[in-house]
Design a protein around this ligand. Structure first.
Ligand code: GDP
Ligand code: MG
Length: 459
């Protein structure tokens, strides 16, 4: 895996997030800081880092999670989406269809991996069923022709060129008539140490002659952030339609080249991840970011975290409830645990005395809906507020409602429910003594509790 240091750092930040029970502004800010640090360490440009993390922060703080997702799951998704966007968004495959042959020309400076990539690209499309040929127009390097012939043998693809010929234009004119039967022709060109006037002239000449459908700049990852300048300079000269970043296996700082190019008019189309011809893949931002963040692992992790919390808490909750000292945090946990146990009617049947209760379906649906809304509300509260809901009033009411996308009246209902539950808990506490039990029975018989609970109790 390339950029595995960056991947590890991001994974660990998300793991921290998913391990938390409550997500407040502070948690989001911490996450964003960590992501910033990780991206900077991977050599991503400071301004770009700032832009992407700003978006993550703004979305995480302002957007409402869809009902099926917890806030933290939603934030993981925001991080994923923004990084995908950051790396160029939708993947754009090479436009090879309907051309015979489709012409792909590779350009770039010395030693960046052009010739190797010519072979890699040939193999990639050969495996996908295209009839491929390779052409070398590199007259600059003495061994260029032999190097490509060698590669062609390795992948079993014909190679065309004119050994000893010094003029790339003449080479192309000579080989072109032989290419009509192929689906794809990959043309290797000569490089220089820099984008010199001499190289520009040569590339312009060959570009006009070949008129490739795709001109791709091959650039090694270790050029870092200067990748953008290089891509733009080449783009001006030969209108490169995309970039191939090679040698991503050799550096922890490949984030610089990848992101710098993704924002240019010539986005990253392929990446080279090793010296071998198979070590090459199409650059698909979604898949790439998914692997980077280990989204496969993360799902399992989310499950595990939930289980761990539920088990630990179940015991505590029971004790707290009986002591009459449970707060909103506990109510939240209780709701979470109940959600895990399954649909509400099943849960109700597990409660002694309720097993025969026939609860109308509409009521249960309303309840499920409430549970969801209340989860959003609680996700927007600070830990302090959850621990001591009496602190929630005035501007805090507004802030919580706004942050959760719910109404203030919904929030008020939740707080009322909490007070009711607390009262219930106190009653249970009292019932633990014989006398208390008697009192409770009396109350129940008088219909005080039953009547009230039917109207007001939400559970
Ligand atoms: P050119 O001068 O641009 O044609 O570059 P070459 O194709 O000759 O490659 C220069 C060196 O880079 C060779 O030693 C290649 O094996 C190596 N190389 C090319 N692509 C990769 C890659 O993705 N990863 C690694 N590790 N080495 C690569
Ligand atoms: Mg070469």
């Amino acid at each position: 895996m390339v950029l595995d240091k960056l991947g590890d750092a991001l994974k660990s930040s998300l793991r921290k997030l998913t391990g938390k029970t409550f997500i407040d502004e502070k948690t989001v800010k911490e996450l964003v800081k960590e992501i910033q640090r990780s991206l900077l360490q991977a050599d991503v440009n400071v301004k770009l880092v700032f832009d992407v993390t700003k978006r993550i922060k703004e979305r995480a703080l302002s957007e409402k999670a869809p009902s099926a997702l917890q806030k933290k799951e939603f934030i993981v998704n925001i991080v994923y989406e923004e990084l995908v966007r950051f790396l160029g968004g939708e993947h754009k495959p090479l436009a090879l269809e309907g051309k015979k042959p489709a012409l792909v020309m590779l350009v770039g400076l010395f030693g960046n991996g052009k010739t190797t990539t010519t072979g890699k690209l040939g193999l990639y499309y050969k495996k996908r069923g295209l009839k491929v040929a390779l052409v070398t127009t590199d007259t600059w390097r003495p061994a260029a022709y032999d190097q490509l012939v060698q590669l062609g043998k390795q992948i079993d693809v014909p190679v065309f060129g004119v050994k000893g010929e010094k003029d790339p234009v003449k080479i192309w004119k000579k080989v072109k008539p032989k290419l009509g039967n192929f689906d794809l022709v990959v043309v290797d060109t000569a490089g220089r140490d820099a984008l010199s006037a001499d190289l520009i002239k040569e590339l312009n000449g060959i570009n006009t002659l070949v008129q490739p459908h795709e001109a791709l700049l091959v650039m090694a990852a270790d050029v870092g952030q200067s990748a953008q300048q290089q891509a733009e300079a080449f783009h001006k000269t030969v209108k490169v339609s995309g970039v191939i970043i090679t040698k991503l296996d050799g550096t922890a700082k490949g984030g610089g080249a990848l992101t710098a190019c993704s924002v240019t008019e010539a986005p990253v189309r392929f990446i080279g991840t090793g010296e071998k011809v198979e070590e090459f893949e199409e650059f698909k931002p979604k898949g790439f970011v998914g692997r980077l963040l280990g989204l496969g692992d993360l799902e399992a992790l989310l499950e595990k975290a939930k289980d761990a919390i539920d088990e630990d808490r179940a015991e505590d909750l029971g004790k707290k409830f009986l002591k009459g000292e449970f707060n909103l945090l506990d109510l939240y946990e209780q709701m979470q645990a109940m959600k895990k146990m399954g649909p509400l009617n099943k849960v109700m049947k597990m409660i002694p005395g309720m097993s025969g209760a026939d609860i109308p379906k509409e009521l249960l649906d309303v309840q499920e809906d409430k549970t969801r809304k209340w989860r959003f509300l609680m996700d927007s509260m600070t830990k302090e507020e959850l621990e001591d809901p009496s602190t929630i009033s005035g501007s805090r009411l507004e802030r919580i409602a706004r942050g959760s996308g719910q109404s203030i009246s919904e929030l008020r209902q939740l707080l009322k429910q909490y007070k009711q539950s607390k009262k219930m808990a106190k009653l249970f506490k009292g019932a633990q003594s014989e006398k208390g039990m008697e009192k409770m029975m009396q109350k129940l018989q008088k219909g005080q509790m039953a009547g009230r609970s039917r109207k007001k109790m939400k559970f």
